[in-house]
Design a protein around this ligand. Sequence first.
Ligand code: PLP
Length: 307
Amino acid sequence: MDNTIQQRQVYLSGKMVPESEAKISIFDSAVMLGDSLTESTRTFRHRPFRLDEHISRLYRSLKVSRVDPGLSPSELTRITLEVLDANRSLMDSDDDCWIVHNISRGLMKPGPSTSQTNAATIMIFTNHMDLRGWVRYYTEGCHAVTSMSRAVPAQSLDARIKNRSRLFYTLADTEARLVDPDAQCVILDVDGYVSENKGGNLFAVVDGELLTPTTENCLAGISRETVMELADDLGIDVREARLQVYDFYTADEVFFTSTPYCIMPATRFNGLAIGDGRVGPVTQRLLAAWSALVGVDIVAQAQRQMA
Ligand SMILES: Cc1ncc(COP(=O)(O)O)c(C=O)c1O
């Protein structure tokens, strides 16, 4: 463990503690059942981006999952900012961080019921925003590959609940990487419509219009929302629709959106070139607009980490 990690302060159920002292029980529902809700927010220039939206989404996930966090949204926001402040000195001036919230139903009580009987376990930590894994996709685009596993239907688990039961996403990612070790998975729902990636939303540009799946089968991503707003500002038409793989094979441009990388262009879909096989102009305009919005050149920041 290097010095930087030792110095990190994390929040665990009421206390700020050094990372090495943050321990949860093996009987916590997060461990026993993969039963926890989550958020990942990032900073730009060390300021949290859309924290209120992330906290609101977290409270919606908690409500639908019937987990009582024992804190109000404003208390959780205050604690979150304290965690960020406690770790500010670990960030280089050029870099940013993630702020992660994990909230579980708390200690499990053996017996017939899995409903909450104890205080929720609240975990908040920051992490260095390491963008190196995505950096070349900004210029080359990634290979989007459909997985064999299909999305869990909303009738079983609504994709808008941002949760940590990630086995299904991990399987989908692993399957796509059987085709290309460098692939980014595209998960279809049980009816064959495109839903999302293991950690991102999808967009296709078709005849100048921006298309994205409806939240019937994907997370209502904050980055997705940001792109829709930026597109609106740029006069690019946006439409939420049920989309099929055909729409992605024949799109002019395709990209993913997610908190860490913001926009990740894709230039191949299941082995076929998307458009002319290069990162397209609409994707580039949106990335530039996002950089302008936050005062950080998103691509340059990632590229500097490779130096
Ligand atoms: C399954 C899934 N879809 C989409 C996203 C993108 O959401 P956001 O833009 O809020 O990061 C995430 C983020 O982690 C995710 O886990």
